[in-house]
Design a protein around this ligand. Structure first.
Ligand code: UDX
Ligand code: ADP
Length: 487
C-alpha cells in the first residue's frame, strides 16, 4: 500500500510537476556524443539549462577554453558553442552538484569492449556506466529520469535500474533508452535533421510519462512523426541492429572489392549499379580499407555476445563474419603493399596519409590506420604519418594501446616507437617514401599536387588509395604503380 502511494505520487510528480518544470539537464560524459548532443539541445531549448560534466578536468577546461581547440572537432560545432556556452550550456567538473540540481541525467560515457573477464573481447565494459549509476544514486536528493545515450548492450537499462534502486534511499528513477545515431563528421547535421529519434521506456504509466518528457525536448526541433516511442529493449536492440546492418553493407561491398580485383570488374561501378536499386539504396556502399570508429565493431561484438549468451550460435557466427571481412580487408591492403615492395619493407619508408577513421573528425578509434601501421612496423618498415586533424599524442597513444593489448614486450614497444615519425604536413611525410597509403578520405588529399609529391618519393613510387578518392587518369601520368580498392 505504502509503495503504491509512493508510486502514484511519483507518477503524479512526473506527469504534473516535471512536465512544466524541466529546467535543468545534466549530461555525464563530455566526449564525442555528450558534447555535440548537448550543444544542440541547448541551442534548440533555450528554456533549459544544460550542464555537461566529466571527470576528466583537462577535457572540461578545453570545452571552456578556446573555440579553436575544443576537444571534439565537428563541422558546425564551434559556432553553436559560441552561441550557447555561458547562456544555457555549461561545462563543469562539479559532477555531484550538477546531478543534484538536474531533473534529467543523460549518460554519455564511454563503453569500450571488455579486455578481461567473462565476455572479454566481445561484451561491453560497463565500468563507466556503473560508476555513473552509483554516483547518481549517491548524490541525488530528488527523483530523476536517467537517459542512456551511449551505445549499450541490450538490457543495460535493467542493470542501471538495479544499481539505482539498491543504492538510493527510496528515490524513484525512470530509465530511458535514447540511443545516439550521430555519425562523426556530420554529427551536427545528423542532430539537426535526425532520420528518427528513438525513445524507449518502461511500458508502465510512469515509464510512458518519462518518455513523453524526453519527447518534449526533441519536439523543439524534430517533427513528431520522426520520434519513435518503443519499449526499452527494442530501443537498445535497434541501435545495435542499425550499426550492425550499416557495417554489414560495408563488409559486403569490401568482400566484393576483392572479387573485382580478381575478375576485372570495378567496385565503384558495381556499387553504383547495385545502389541504384531503390530497394538497396546507395548509402554505405563505398569500398574502403575497412571500417573503423568507436561503434561498428563494438556494437557487432555486443550482438555476437548477446546471441551466444542466448544460445543462438548461428546468429552469432553470422554477425561475426562482418568483422572478419573487415579484418580481411585491412590485411589484404597491407599485404598488397608488402608484395609490391618485393616482399620486404625492412628499413623502407612508408607513408600513411590519414589517421582518422573517416574524414572531418579528429577521432581515430578503431581506425584501419592503426593495424595497418602495426603490420608495417612488425615487418621493420619506417612509418611516416600525416593527418590534418589527429594530434601526434593521439597517434602515439593509439599505437601504444595496440602494442600493450597485443602483449608486445617493453623492448619491442621502444623499438617500434622509434620507427614512427609524425609530421604536420604531407610533403614532409611523403619525402623519400617508397609507398604512400591513403587511409582516410580527407578532401585535401584529392587536391594535392601529386606530380610534385611523387617526384619527392623513391622509385617505384607506389600510391595505394585505400579510399578510391584519387583520379586514376591523372595520377597514372606520374607513376605506373597506382592501386585502388576493387579495381
Ligand atoms: C556510426 C553510425 O553511422 C552512427 O549512426 C552511429 O550512431 C555511430 O556509429 P560513425 O562511426 O561516426 O557513425 O561513422 P560512419 O559514417 O558510420 O562510418 C563508420 C566507418 O565506416 C568509417 O570508418 C567510414 O569510413 C566507413 N565507411 C562508411 C566505409 O568504409 N564505407 C562507407 O560506404 C561508409
Ligand atoms: P563517446 O564517443 O561515447 O562520447 P568519449 O570517450 O568521447 O566517448 O567520451 C566519454 C566521456 O565520458 C569521457 O570524456 C570520459 O572522461 C567520461 N566519463 C567516463 N566515466 C565517467 C564518470 N563516471 N563520470 C564523469 N565522466 C565520465
Amino acid at each position: 500500500m505504502v509503495s503504491e502511494i509512493r508510486y502514484n505520487l511519483h507518477l503524479g510528480y512526473l506527469k504534473n510537476n516535471f512536465f512544466m518544470k524541466i529546467k535543468s539537464i545534466c549530461c555525464i560524459g563530455a566526449g564525442y556524443v555528450g558534447g555535440p548532443t548537448m550543444a544542440v539541445i541547448a541551442l534548440k531549448c533555450p528554456h533549459i539549462n544544460v550542464i555537461v560534466v566529466d571527470n576528466n578536468s583537462e577535457k572540461i577546461n578545453a570545452w571552456n577554453g578556446s573555440l579553436e581547440k575544443l576537444p571534439v572537432y565537428e563541422p558546425g560545432l564551434k559556432n553553436i558553442i559560441k552561441k550557447v556556452r555561458g547562456r544555457n550550456l555549461f561545462f563543469s567538473n562539479d559532477v555531484d552538484n550538477s546531478i543534484k540540481k538536474s531533473e534529467i541525467i543523460f549518460m554519455a560515457v564511454n563503453t569500450p569492449t571488455k579486455k578481461q573477464g567473462s565476455g572479454a573481447g566481445m561484451a561491453a565494459d560497463l565500468t563507466y556506466v556503473e560508476a555513473c549509476a552509483r554516483k547518481i544514486a549517491e548524490v541525488s536528493t530528488s527523483d530523476k529520469i536517467i537517459v542512456e545515450k551511449s551505445t549499450l548492450p541490450v538490457r543495460t537499462a535493467e542493470k542501471i535500474k538495479e544499481i539505482l534502486s539498491e543504492n538510493s534511499s527510496g528515490l524513484k528513477f525512470e530509465i530511458i533508452s535514447n540511443p545516439e545515431f550521430l555519425a562523426e563528421g556530420t554529427a551536427i547535421e545528423d542532430l539537426f535533421k535526425s532520420d528518427r529519434v528513438l525513445i524507449g521506456g518502461d511500458q508502465t504509466d510512469s515509464g510512458k510519462a518519462a518518455v513523453d518528457l524526453i519527447v518534449d525536448i526533441y519536439k523543439n526541433w524534430i517533427p513528431e512523426n520522426k520520434i519513435l516511442k518503443t519499449n526499452v529493449w527494442s530501443s537498445e536492440l535497434s541501435k545495435l541492429a542499425s550499426n550492425a546492418m550499416l557495417a554489414q553493407r560495408i563488409s559486403s561491398i569490401n568482400s566484393l572489392s576483392a572479387l573485382c580485383e580478381k575478375t576485372g570488374a570495378d567496385i565503384d561501378e558495381v556499387s553504383l549499379a547495385v545502389g541504384m536499386d531503390s530497394r538497396i539504396g546507395k548509402e554505405f556502399l563505398k569500398a574502403s580499407v575497412g571500417f573503423g570508429g568507436s561503434c561498428f565493431k563494438k556494437d557487432i561484438l555486443n550482438l555476437v555476445y548477446l546471441s551466444k549468451y542466448y544460445g543462438l550460435d548461428d546468429v552469432a557466427r553470422y554477425w561475426n563474419q562482418v568483422i572478419k571481412i573487415n579484418n580481411f580487408q585491412k590485411s589484404r591492403f597491407s599485404k598488397k603493399v608488402i608484395d609490391e615492395l618485393n616482399g620486404t619493407i625492412r628499413n623502407k619508408k612508408i607513408t600513411i596519409l590519414g589517421w582518422a577513421f573517416k574524414k572531418n573528425t579528429n577521432d581515430s578509434r578503431e581506425s584501419a590506420a592503426i593495424e595497418i601501421a602495426d603490420t608495417f612496423l612488425n615487418e621493420g618498415a619506417n612509418i611516416s604519418v600525416y593527418d590534418p586533424m589527429v594530434r601526434e599524442k593521439t597517434i602515439k597513444e593509439d599505437m601504444k594501446e595496440l602494442w600493450i593489448n597485443s602483449g608486445d614486450s617493453h623492448d619491442q614497444i621502444v623499438s617500434k616507437s622509434k620507427q614512427i615519425n609524425i609530421y604536420n604536413n604531407a610533403e614532409l611525410a611523403v619525402n623519400g617514401s617508397y609507398c604512400v597509403c591513403i587511409i582516410t578520405e580527407w578532401d585535401e588529399f584529392r587536391d594535392y599536387d601529386w606530380e610534385n609529391l611523387i617526384k619527392m618519393m623513391k622509385k617505384p613510387s607506389i600510391i595505394m588509395d585505400g579510399r578510391n578518392i584519387i583520379n586514376k587518369t591523372l595520377i597514372s601520368k606520374y607513376t605506373k604503380k597506382f592501386y585502388s580498392i576493387g579495381k
